[in-house]
Design a protein around this ligand. Structure first.
Ligand SMILES: *[C@@H]1O[C@H](CO)[C@@H](O)[C@H](O)[C@H]1NC(C)=O
Ligand SMILES: *[C@@H]1O[C@H](CO)[C@@H](O)[C@H](O)[C@H]1NC(C)=O
Ligand SMILES: *[C@@H]1O[C@H](CO)[C@@H](O)[C@H](O)[C@H]1NC(C)=O
Ligand SMILES: *[C@@H]1O[C@H](CO)[C@@H](O)[C@H](O)[C@H]1NC(C)=O
Length: 475
C-alpha cells in the first residue's frame, strides 16, 4: 500500500517534469554573435557547424578592425587539403592593434581566438611572440603558436560590463608581429556560469561567490566515456575531447552509452551547459556478484600553478535501471567534495536528467587536478556505484586580471614608444594613473604617518580594474 502510494507520487511527478522538459526545447540564439575571418575579403562558412564568418577585409567586416596599417596575409599553398578556409588567411599586426565589438547583451561572453601559422616569405608566424588583451584582462602573454599541424583555438569565457569588447594584439617587441586567423565573440546564455561554487581544499569545503566576473580560459573540456564532440553537435559550438588520455585508473570501470532522450529540466543543466552527446555517455563502476567494488575511477589533469581553477563535473544517470539506486562519492584533489551523491533526488526523480556541480580549486604550484568517483557507504550491491559524464577545467584570472603570468594588462605595452600607441595606451595609461592616484590617496588617508612614497604600488592593477566598476568613464 505504502509502496504503491509512493510509486504513484513518483510517477505523477515524473509526468509533470516530462511535460516541463518537453516545453523547453528551443535552440539558443545569441544576441551578440560576431564571427570574423581575419585577413579575408570573402565570408567563409565552416563545414563543421555551418557558421558564416565575415571577412575583415570586406565592407561589413572591416568595421570591427579599429587600427590602420595592419596586413592581411593569404596562404597560397595550404598545407593539408582538409584544412578549413578559415585558416587560409590571417591578419598580421606590426604594432598594437585592436578589434572592437559592440556588446548589446552585457554579461558573460564566449571568446575564441583561432591561430594557424603558415609559411610566408615576409613573416614568421610560427615563432613570433605576442600578447592578447580583452578589455582589462590579459589573455595571452609572450604567446608563440609554434609548429602545430592543427589550428590552435583558445577558448575563453569573459564577463563584459562595457558597451564594447576590445581585443588588442600586441607584438612582444618591435621586431616581432602578432597575428590571428579568426575571432568569435558570442553572448552566452545566462545560466552558463553561475556566480557560486564550492571551494575545495584540505581543511574544508566552503561556498565562494563572484565567479561570474572572472575571465576564464578553458583548459580541458572532456566527454567522459564518449567520442569527440565537435562544434556541429554543441549548441555553443564547443569541442569536447574523449577522456582516455586523462584516465589514471579505470580497472573495474566500464563505458556506457545511452540512446534515449536526455531529459533537460528547468533548474538543471541546460543543453547549452552540456550537449546530449556529453550526457549520453559515461564511465561507471557497477557491482559484481552482489559486491560493491572498493575502487575509484580517477582522472588527472595537469595544470599550471598560480591560479584558481573552476572544475565543472557533469552527471547524468543513464546507467541505473531504476530510480534511487545510485549513491556515490566525488573527490576533487583527494578531498571529499560530494558525499552520497544521489542523482535521482537532485533531478526531481528522473533518470537520464543532467546535473552539474562547480568546484573551485586553488593550485598554488603546478601539478594535477585529480577527479575521482567511487562507491559511498550508501552504495548498493546489484547497482551502479559511481558515474561521471563530463569534465570541464577552466583557469580563472589571477588578482592582476591575467590568465597568463604575474603581469597586468597595461605593462605589456612597456616596450612600445609612446607615439606608436595609437589610442590603446592612453586609455590604459590613464587607468594606471588613476589607479596610482587612488592608491596613493587611499594610503595617505589610511596612514597619515606616511612611511614613504612608492611611485608604483604593487596592487595598482586591481585598482585599475575597479575603476570600471566605480563607473568612471575614462574615454
Ligand atoms: C616576454 O619575453 C621576453 C623575451 O622575448 C622577455 O624579455 C619578457 O620578460 C617576457 N615577458 C614576460 C612578462 O614574461
Ligand atoms: C553528431 O551527433 C550524432 C549523434 O550522436 C552523430 O551521429 C554525428 O556523427 C555527430 N556529428 C558530428 C559532425 O560530430
Ligand atoms: C577513493 O579516493 C579517495 C580520495 O583519494 C580515498 O579517500 C578513498 O579511500 C578511495 N576509495 C577507494 C575504494 O579506493
Ligand atoms: C579576476 O579579475 C577580477 C577583476 O576583473 C577580480 O575581481 C577577481 O578577483 C580576479 N580573480 C581572482 C581569482 O583573483
Amino acid at each position: 500500500m505504502e509502496t504503491h502510494h509512493r510509486t504513484s507520487t513518483i510517477f505523477s511527478l515524473y509526468i509533470s517534469i516530462s511535460l516541463l522538459y518537453f516545453s523547453i526545447v528551443s535552440a539558443f540564439s545569441p544576441t551578440d554573435d560576431y564571427l570574423i575571418d581575419c585577413g579575408s575579403t570573402q565570408p567563409t562558412t565552416t563545414v563543421d557547424g555551418n557558421r558564416r564568418f565575415t571577412g575583415d577585409s570586406s565592407d561589413l567586416g572591416s568595421q570591427f578592425l579599429k587600427s590602420t596599417r595592419t596586413i592581411s596575409l593569404c596562404d597560397t599553398n595550404p598545407s593539408s587539403p582538409g584544412l578549413s578556409p578559415l585558416y587560409h588567411t590571417a591578419r598580421v599586426f606590426a604594432r598594437p592593434s585592436k578589434y572592437a565589438f559592440k556588446i548589446r547583451n552585457r554579461g558573460t561572453h564566449l571568446v575564441r581566438l583561432h591561430f594557424h601559422p603558415f609559411d610566408s616569405s615576409n613573416f614568421n608566424t610560427y615563432e613570433t611572440q605576442f600578447h592578447v588583451l580583452a578589455n582589462g584582462y590579459l589573455l595571452l602573454n609572450n604567446f608563440t603558436v609554434g609548429k602545430s599541424q592543427t589550428p590552435v583555438i583558445k577558448d575563453y569565457v569573459i564577463w563584459v560590463d562595457n558597451e564594447e569588447l576590445v581585443l588588442t594584439f600586441v607584438p612582444s617587441k618591435k621586431s616581432e608581429i602578432a597575428f590571428v586567423n579568426a575571432i568569435e565573440v558570442i553572448s552566452a546564455p545566462k545560466d552558463l556560469v553561475a556566480d557560486v561554487a564550492m571551494l575545495v581544499n584540505t581543511e574544508k569545503i566552503e561556498k565562494i561567490n563572484g565567479l561570474m566576473k572572472n575571465a576564464l580560459e578553458t583548459v580541458y573540456r572532456v566527454n567522459v566515456g564518449g567520442r569527440k564532440v565537435t562544434p556541429f553537435n554543441d549548441s555553443l559550438w564547443r569541442t569536447w575531447v574523449p577522456d582516455d588520455e586523462f584516465l589514471k585508473s579505470s580497472d573495474g570501470s566500464q563505458k556506457v552509452s545511452f540512446s534515449g532522450r536526455i531529459k533537460y529540466q528547468i533548474g538543471g543543466a541546460s543543453r547549452e551547459v552540456g550537449p546530449d552527446n556529453v550526457y549520453n555517455s559515461a564511465r561507471v563502476i557497477s557491482s559484481l556478484n552482489n559486491l560493491v567494488p572498493q575502487r575509484n575511477i580517477s582522472w588527472e589533469f595537469p595544470v599550471v600553478g598560480g591560479y584558481k581553477y573552476l572544475v565543472r563535473l557533469h552527471f547524468c544517470d543513464i546507467a541505473s535501471i531504476s530510480l534511487g539506486l545510485l549513491y556515490f562519492n566525488v573527490y576533487v584533489n583527494g578531498n571529499l567534495a560530494y558525499e552520497n551523491l544521489d542523482l535521482s533526488s537532485i533531478t526531481n526523480m528522473a533518470l537520464a536528467s543532467p546535473f552539474y556541480a562547480d568546484f573551485v580549486v586553488n593550485m598554488e604550484s603546478s601539478g594535477v587536478v585529480t577527479i575521482r568517483v567511487g562507491p559511498s557507504k550508501m552504495s548498493m550491491s546489484n547497482a551502479i556505484d559511481a558515474i561521471l559524464n563530463g569534465v570541464e577545467i577552466m583557469k580563472m584570472n589571477n588578482s592582476m586580471g591575467s590568465l597568463d603570468g604575474e603581469i597586468c594588462a597595461d605593462s605589456v605595452f612597456k616596450n612600445w614608444p609612446r607615439r606608436n600607441f595609437g589610442g590603446v595606451v592612453p586609455l590604459i595609461a590613464a587607468m594606471c594613473l588613476l589607479g596610482t592616484a587612488l592608491v596613493v590617496m587611499h594610503r595617505r588617508w589610511v596612514a597619515k604617518k606616511s612611511v614613504g612614497w612608492s611611485p608604483i604600488p604593487v596592487d595598482v592593477s586591481e585598482v585599475n580594474l575597479n575603476s570600471e566598476k566605480l563607473g568612471i568613464n575614462l574615454r
